[in-house]
Write a protein that binds this ligand. Structure first.
Ligand SMILES: NC(=O)C1=CN([C@@H]2O[C@H](COP(=O)(O)OP(=O)(O)OC[C@H]3O[C@@H](n4cnc5c(N)ncnc54)[C@H](OP(=O)(O)O)[C@@H]3O)[C@@H](O)[C@H]2O)[C@@H](O)CC1
Ligand SMILES: [K+]
Length: 518
């Protein structure tokens, strides 16, 4: 399980650890891990650090301190290191600055002023990439030392803000960040890409787009949730020895082994009823395909049998003769262990929804079954309820704009789970699953892919999750395992090319086998 903790939890854990360690030890651990990660990115051969040109974009706080100490370590190994003080008042971690200068690094302030210049180690910087130019002179009248350094850099560390940052990048930082992004250098975010919100994954304003983020002590929620996740690039973790055990995580992501342990496996004495029967209420004369796709998902989710209720029976049977089809109301269809209702339904949805919500088995509500859903209808249930909205549906349920849901996915999914007292799976580039009533942790799906943004893909997911519910998984597990398998199926079906939802359903069994093998 990969876990992520809020800034408050991280700061508390840091405080406790700092009391037991010599002053500055934690920052040295962070800097050592950061320097090692950067050295690795520059190339494993020792000579790749010697002579490499590294630029640090340094903000006023400890995030900048990490980079300055890491820069000092790289400078001692022969890299040409230039720190650019980004803060408008040129504040920077004093100890870190001194360490960098002592190691032979140089420090320049904002774009137009050279603050203090130290030649890179005499004789260093003459490797294959040529000598690092003395920046005081390179700036001349044509551009600042900072921009020249960025233009020539092999690696840039973004250390403008970490967990102490508020809001997006400030105006003075934006052109420097854009120059770093355009330089072709590897852009390494220190702890977090500057400009993202660590707790929520929001990006309010300009923000760094990193190739790699080296994060310290604990993952922060924003690193795992879009839109911030997309700005973080590949994640590298530096263990600081923080004690987070015993504190509930704010966010967690299942890994293969977690999913393998949750997958329902039939026992020797299982029959189709003991494995669970999932009832699917989906499709209509107008949208029979939704019935086929939801049933296709349900057939691959571990239940022993699928009952279908609705007007798409012929289409379902033509494709899946093993399905038990009935045309009446859900309450008359026979016993099931879970209901899935919603994809492609017509205006008779309300009666059918009332029927399934009156049952005492888990119910998954998707698509049309979410329209006009009254929280009290859900709250009064004795069995679990799972809602699976996309951002637009979630916005309607919350009475906000869709953009608000997309920019604040974590807040939105929690609010919905509180409002409905239900497990909520918010679909999207980083699908989230929140337990009822604001419980923690929220789960984030790590297997998603943009190729799943295709018509009918959500119908497959709702069938799959409903089937896992029928097989006996708890609501949060069924939703997150379903999303995980669905993501893997999407990836393997697509393999880099567009696919239809039917292909995704067809790939679920392969995804299951892959996870089961570990
Ligand atoms: N604690 C520890 O033990 C360890 C902490 N570690 C490291 O410390 C980091 C946290 O350091 P931190 O608390 O100093 O905050 P940090 O992220 O540097 O930013 C705050 C500074 O930025 C400023 N600022 C704010 N918003 C801004 C903006 N939008 N744009 C520009 N500037 C902005 C704000 O000043 P202001 O201008 O608001 O007065 C303030 O000066 C953490 O992420 C990790 O890297 C590691 O060494 C491990 C041990
Ligand atoms: K940063």
């Amino acid at each position: 399980m990969r876990t992520a903790y809020s800034v408050e939890t991280v700061r508390n854990a840091e405080r406790e650890l700092m009391e037991r360690l010599p002053e500055g030890a934690l920052m040295q651990r962070a800097a050592a891990g950061l320097a090692a990660a950067c050295a690795d990115l520059l190339g494993r051969a020792p000579g790749r650090v010697y002579g490499a040109r590294v630029v640090l974009l340094v903000g006023a706080g400890d995030n900048g301190g990490d980079a300055l100490y890491a820069g000092a370590r790289l400078a001692r190994r022969g890299a040409g290191v230039t720190a650019v003080l980004v803060d408008a008042r040129q504040r920077a971690h004093p100890g870190g600055l001194a360490a960098l200068m002592a190691a032979g690094g140089r420090v320049v302030t904002g774009p137009h002023e050279v603050h203090e210049v130290h030649e890179v180690h005499e004789g260093h910087g003459t490797g294959a990439d040529g000598p690092a130019a003395p920046l005081a002179h390179a700036g001349g009248g044509t551009g600042s030392a900072a921009y020249v350094a960025l233009h020539r850099a092999h690696l840039v560390m973004d250390a403008i803000t970490g967990i102490g940052g508020r809001g997006g990048l400030r105006p003075e930082a934006v052109p420097l960040v854009r120059a770093a992004e355009a330089s072709g250098a590897v852009l390494v975010a220190v702890d977090l890409p500057s400009g993202v919100d660590a707790d929520s994954g929001r990006v309010d304003g300009a923000c760094v787009r990193a190739d790699v983020t080296v994060t310290f002590g604990a993952y922060k929620p924003g690193l795992l949730i879009d839109p911030a996740k997309e700005r973080a690039g590949a994640l590298r973790f530096v263990d600081l020895g923080l004690e987070t055990a015993g504190t509930p995580a704010d966010l967690e992501a299942l890994q293969h082994a977690d999913v393998a342990a949750l997958l329902p496996v039939p026992a020797a004495e299982s029959d189709k009823y003991r494995r669970g029967v999932v009832g699917v209420v989906a499709g209509s004369a107008r949208y029979p395909g939704a019935a086929v796709l939801a049933v296709a998902g349900a057939l691959h989710g571990g239940a022993g049998a699928v009952r279908y209720v609705g007007q798409g029976g012929d289409a379902v049977l033509a494709r899946f003769p093993e399905v038990l089809v009935s045309g009446g109301a859900p309450a008359d269809a026979g016993r099931v262990q879970s209901w899935v209702i919603g994809p492609g339904l017509d205006d008779r949805v309300k009666d059918a929804r009332a029927d399934v919500l009156a049952s005492d088995v888990p119910v998954l509500l998707d698509a049309d079954a979410l329209a006009g859903l009254d929280p009290q209808e859900v709250r009064g249930r004795s069995a679990p309820t799972v809602l699976t909205p996309h951002a637009g549906e979630a916005a309607r349920l919350l009475g906000v704009e869709r953009a608000e849901v997309e920019s604040g996915r974590l807040d939105s999914v929690r609010k919905l789970a509180v409002k409905y007292g239900a497990t909520v799976l918010l679909k999207g580039s980083t699908t989230l699953v929140a337990p009822p009533d604001g419980g923690r942790p929220v789960r984030v799906n790590p297997t998603g892919t943009g190729w799943l943004a295709t018509a009918g893909s959500g119908d497959v997911l709702s069938g799959l999750v409903g089937s896992l519910l029928a097989a006996g998984l708890a609501a949060v597990d069924a939703a997150s395992v379903g999303a995980y398998l669905h993501g893997l199926a999407g990836r393997s079906a697509a393999r880099g090319a567009p696919v239809g939802a039917g292909d995704v359903a067809g790939a679920v069994a392969g995804a299951w086998r892959g996870v089961g093998r570990g």
